[in-house]
Ligand binder design. Structure first.
Ligand code: AMP
Ligand code: ZN
Length: 135
């Protein structure tokens, strides 16, 4: 399925040019136009899925394998010190392009990439509530 109004559908199909690092029948991997760091890349499936919630299970599996292969290769080329794999779902979580994608963000010791969160403490009532509701 494609969405005529979706920029990542067009990029993945090659209708809009992109700095493509890799392509196969399921995915295109491109350099992000607004990189958090040198080498920031995106894994984009060729089919349109809004985000992880509706992503096809087979593609979900393949995406992680591809992320593994790409980061192993790219870290050699970039000489980075670490990698974040980031994947945002819905606006509240920072998603701005509503076509599933995975960010591969190279990290360099001492860089100023602002990923992270303030650690809280697991509350007993939250733990009980979540465990009970999942039963
Ligand atoms: P997200 O906020 O997780 O939805 O990520 C969207 C990402 O897509 C951002 O990092 C943007 O910089 C990137 N982006 C948006 N448009 C383009 C484009 N035409 N080519 C490459 N990257 C893009
Ligand atoms: Zn799309």
């Amino acid at each position: 399925m494609k969405d005529d109004n979706c920029i990542f559908c067009k990029i993945a199909a090659g209708e809009i040019p992109s700095a493509t690092l890799y392509e196969d029948e399921d995915f295109r991997v491109i350099l992000d136009l607004g990189p958090a760091s040198k080498g920031h890349a995106l894994i984009i499936p060729k089919e349109h899925y809004r985000n992880l919630y509706d992503l096809d299970d087979g593609l979900a599996s393949k995406a992680l394998v591809l992320a593994k292969r790409m980061t192993v290769r790219l870290k050699e080329i970039l000489g980075c010190d670490g990698y974040n794999i980031v994947q945002n779902n819905e606006e509240a979580a920072g998603q701005t392009v509503f076509h599933f994608h995975m960010h591969m963000i190279p990290r360099y010791q001492g860089d100023k990439v602002g990923l992270g969160w303030h650690m809280g403490k697991l509350k007993e009532e939250d733990k009980e509530e979540i465990l009970n509701k999942l039963k």
